[in-house]
Design a protein around this ligand. Sequence first.
Ligand SMILES: NC(=O)NCCC(=O)O
Ligand SMILES: [Zn+2]
Length: 374
Amino acid sequence: QQLQGVCGLEWDPALCSTSGKILIKGGTVVNAHHKEVADVYIQDGVIASVRPNIIVSDDVTILDATGKYVMPGGIDPHTHLAMEFMGTETIDDFFSGQAAALAGGTTMHIDFVIPVNGNLSAGFDLYMNKAKNSVMDYGFHMAVTKWDETVSEDMQIMVNEKGINSFKFFMAYKGSFMINDELLLQALERCKKLGALPMVHAENGDAVAEGQRKMIELGITGPKGHPLSRPPLLEGEATARAIRLARFVNTPLYVVHVMSIDATEEIAKAKMSGQKVIGEPVVSGLVLNDSWLWNPEFATAAQYVMSPPIRKSGHDKSLQAALSSGILQLVGTDHCTFTKTQKALGIDDFRKIPNGVNGIWTNLRYGLCANNKH
Ligand SMILES: NC(=O)NCCC(=O)O
Ligand SMILES: [Zn+2]
């Protein structure tokens, strides 16, 4: 684990230190405030010193990091491990997903607890159990998929007793996770009262359902029906609505997986007016475009089905620019993986393709590449 932050160093058991002392030599050490060429001396798993040209005794294992970056592990703020969704369960559990994360230099992630039949406490217990086989640090946001007094009370328990203080509300997935504006408004009020951070999946779920119906009516049943039925317009509309409701309630807002110029513009406008809005692009949106969804092979195209959809070329570059300039703040992956067999649940109807793409392994490197500030 001590090697996680050294990009490009292959794991070799011979590199294990018997003395508990390691010197990572000559790399470019990156911290929040600056980067410098320096050595990192580690004793019993704790960084004891960071400075150039550290001289050590013979019992210290030396790793040559010349020409490489040495940096703290990354944090992926948006994952879905072992999540039951769209009639199946994501193939990566907490062990395999975290193993991939560690291989890519991510050393902490925040997953979303999905309530059990709307019940938050039952969802929390379920996820604590799912996370038992963890091999790295993790935290939880919590999705809220229905609204009543018990949910409202359970939110307080989550904040006060369980360490969860960010709650995600779905403005899409009509008929399953979606909540309407009336409930969203109450939920925002509740978050404000608890000092918790509300998060939104921002797409107009009613309009998406209508778009999907139209595609099927036109005989478009394959994966391309997915982006065609839920254009950027619907993401922009829902983002604007959520921002205005948050402003009405006077609470901060976190918009997850910002995928389009339309949504980015709404966030930029809100920030310019002084509102506290956090925008999270994801790796797939930053580095891919929708051409994959037009691939004639179902299995290939279906791999890229996620919501909001991966957009046309141009949105990716705009998201990168917004990240570099601070309009968008942090990069997640929305890691939510399904096998080809699972994706084939939607072979005859794109609405049944389990939504989600991979990424947990790539977060640090693509997140850094997409952000020109590094
Ligand atoms: N994004 C996606 O398609 N799958 C994961 C669930 C969600 O975050 O909406
Ligand atoms: Zn997600």
